[in-house]
Ligand binder design. Structure first.
Ligand code: PLP
Length: 402
């Protein structure tokens, strides 16, 4: 299938949701940090499958073997039954974060689950008044209704109101606004430790510290959305570990299944105990296939030292980008942590830069027309990082003189 055929089929048979963001190729195959399209062209994937999912690279052998084995053994039974992969995955996440898990199928569902848990905790400790949730402007938490209400970007709300009530938004990294917004009616503060979709803006230590303090003072749950930042991407297993804070709840998804859809709410006490039997559920959540894939993904992250690799190669990329910045005034800022990097451009040419990188075999992401976003897989080698930097240097250099 070529790109024209794909576009025709999409127009006829798919709801029109992704058309403007589709890249001009049809992807057929992947291995590690590389993808191939149906014409046989090879790409270096600096977006981990597009949205920071394939942290282990494409078709990691350990994940693929676990999926094959599980497919031959037991694909699915629901949560009416115990299955070992789900229980072992809960044990594994508890060793990494503490607490206990609920499994679902996506990032938005993990955020929904965390919101319901925080609401129930507020209800149990203080009654129905304690239901307000404070989130950040420019945040992104997903597209289902409560996750959408939590997302502090009016452009995503438009046309879908009324949204679930009880959400308020503060400017990201504004400590005073946060202190003023959190009251005894607040059941949760929900934040990304690094704004992802809005362009890789890390929280300041003061902001996350103030959020923890305000939650403690008001009996609210401190919830971190680590859907994009979690599981090694930032050079630590969880992004909050760059800070001197401990959340009560984290939401995980994206990289958790090594490419297979799975999300998790991981909650510590006392918040974890707010859920009682029947309060929340998912038919597919934590089924044997995604749970086995996630266990294999966590094995690979740990056994292959991928968190450390993300820190090392991320630093190499950031330094290389700063070297490019010194040579061209088109790059105005480079920021991020580990393999989550934002590059601000002085002129609105991000779309063109992305196209020209793809033509040279490098896939990158953009945020609006003035920002590039790099989210390569944690398995990225130093040689691949150099290759990507070479393409970016050429493309940004020539875009600067156009
Ligand atoms: N939370 C964050 C921080 C995200 O970046 C995303 C997706 O980009 C989501 C939640 C939603 O995840 P999903 O698309 O799997 O529902």
């Amino acid at each position: 299938m070529n790109f024209d055929e794909a576009q025709q089929l999409e127009r006829s048979y798919l709801l029109t949701l992704y058309t403007p963001i589709r890249m001009p190729m049809v992807i057929a195959r992947g291995e590690g940090a590389r993808l191939w399209d149906t014409e046989g062209k090879e790409y270096l994937d600096f977006v981990s499958g597009g949205r920071a999912v394939t942290g282990l690279g494409h078709c990691h052998p350990k994940v693929a073997a676990a999926i094959r084995h599980q497919a031959d053994t037991l694909l699915h039974v629901s949560n009416d039954f115990y299955t070992e992969p789900q229980l072992r995955l809960g044990e594994r996440l508890s060793k990494l974060f503490g607490g206990r898990s609920f499994f679902c199928n996506s990032g938005a569902e993990a955020v929904e689950g965390a919101i319901k848990l925080a609401r129930k905790h507020g209800y149990k400790t203080s009654g129905p008044e304690k239901h307000e949730i404070v989130t950040a402007l420019s945040s992104f938490h997903g597209r289902t209704f409560a996750a959408l209400a939590a997302t502090g970007q009016p452009k995503y709300h438009k046309g879908f109101q009324p949204l679930p009530p009880g959400f308020s938004y503060i400017p990201f990294n504004d400590v005073e606004a946060l202190r003023a917004a959190v009251t005894e009616r607040t059941c949760a503060v929900l934040l990304e430790p690094i704004l992802g979709e809005s362009g890789v803006y890390p929280a300041t230590p003061e902001f996350l510290g103030a959020a923890r303090e305000a939650c403690d003072e008001n009996g609210a749950a401190f919830v971190l959305d680590e859907v994009q930042t979690g599981l090694g991407r930032t050079g630590k297993m969880f992004a909050y570990q760059h800070y001197d804070v401990e959340p009560d709840v984290i939401a995980l998804a994206k990289a958790l299944g090594g490419g297979v859809p799975i999300g998790a709410v991981v909650a510590r006490e006392p918040v974890a105990s707010a859920f009682e039997p029947g309060d929340h559920a998912s038919t597919f959540g934590g089924g044997p296939l995604p749970a086995a894939a996630a266990l294999a993904a966590l094995d690979a992250i740990e056994e292959e030292g991928l968190v450390e690799n993300a820190a090392r190669v991320g630093e190499q990329l950031a330094q290389g980008l700063r070297a490019i910045q010194e040579k061209t005034s088109l790059v105005s800022e480079v920021r991020g942590r580990g393999l989550m990097i934002g590059v601000d451009l002085a002129r609105p040419v991000a779309g063109r830069v992305k196209e020209q990188c793809a033509a040279r075999g490098l896939l990158i992401n953009t945020v609006g027309e003035r920002m590039l976003r790099l989210l390569p897989p944690l398995v990225l080698s130093e040689e691949q990082a150099e290759r990507g930097l070479g393409v970016l240097g050429e493309v940004l250099g020539s875009a600067a003189t156009e």
